[in-house]
Design a protein around this ligand. Structure first.
Ligand code: FPP
Length: 246
């Protein structure tokens, strides 16, 4: 039985998050500029979005650009922004056809106008879609998200819109960029690094972590199936004992 058929027999993770790492090294291995790696990385983005949608995954979050990435060389930042614009232009129809809803998360005010215009056009076009939610983390940092959440709640307390005593996990969830989406079940990081790099710190509280040495531009549908297969073989206890969850 092939892997695709094997994973179909067990529940899929509802929410998959991916740290797409290794574009630079992929390009370097070929004696090319880092930008070449990012260009090829967009092909993997396209493939994996399609595969997750075909499998019926509810929610996919991709770490496309972190708050720290603004500190990269200007040309690299510019190229990543251009790649984003061209990908959005190229893939908008496909997202629509596949019933995918695009939901950007992060400090979006920092994005160049050209990017946010394109982005919100696709958000608008896809807003009523009922299939997979595609969270694109852009100018995203989890600590920044938590600070923003605390400020929003504080403001509401100040204005008597919420009482201090009522703050619980649900209230926090409602004020994160990922608002009301299910917790991450499976976090994948490519390229062999084993860190979470300020990504969805609240949302990955009980996520299964999966690290692969495959560099992001080489990450295929089969690699995704491998990660899901690995996830399905784990016992998720959420703090309970094996006997309680078994
Ligand atoms: C990490 O590789 C990757 C990024 C910082 C950007 C991810 C961007 C893409 C996959 C392309 C554009 C995205 C979309 C959604 C169209 P790295 O540069 O840190 O690689 P390295 O660790 O090998 O240097």
């Amino acid at each position: 039985m092939n892997l695709e058929e094997t994973i179909k027999k067990f529940p899929y993770p509802k929410h998959i998050a991916i740290i797409m790492d290794g574009n630079g090294r992929w390009a370097k291995n070929r004696g090319k500029l880092r930008i070449f790696g990012h260009e090829n990385g967009t092909k993997s983005v396209k493939n994996i979005v399609e595969s997750c949608s075909n499998l019926g995954i509810q929610c996919l979050t991709l770490y496309a650009f972190s708050t720290e990435n603004w500190n990269r060389p200007k040309l690299e930042v510019k190229t990543l922004m251009s790649l984003l614009i061209s990908s959005l232009k190229r893939e908008s129809d496909k997202l629509q056809k596949n019933n995918i809803r695009l939901n950007p998360i992060g400090n979006l005010n920092l994005l160049p106008l050209k990017v946010s215009k394109e982005l919100f056009q696709v958000v608008e076009t896809t807003k009523s879609n009922s299939g997979m939610v595609l969270n694109l983390a852009l100018s995203y940092g989890s600590r920044d998200e938590i600070i923003n959440c605390v400020k929003e709640i504080g403001e509401k307390i100040k204005n008597n819109l919420i009482s201090f005593e009522k703050i619980d996990e649900t209230v926090i969830n409602q004020h994160l960029y990922t608002q009301n989406l299910p917790d991450v079940d499976l976090l994948i990081r490519t390229s062999g690094e084993q860190r979470v790099s300020n990504f969805l710190l609240w949302q990955i509280a009980y996520a299964e972590l999966y690290f692969t040495k495959v560099l992001w531009p080489d990450f295929t549908e089969q690699d995704l199936y491998k990660a899901i297969d690995n996830y399905q073989k784990r016992e998720r206890r959420f703090g309970k004992t094996s006997e309680q969850v078994g």
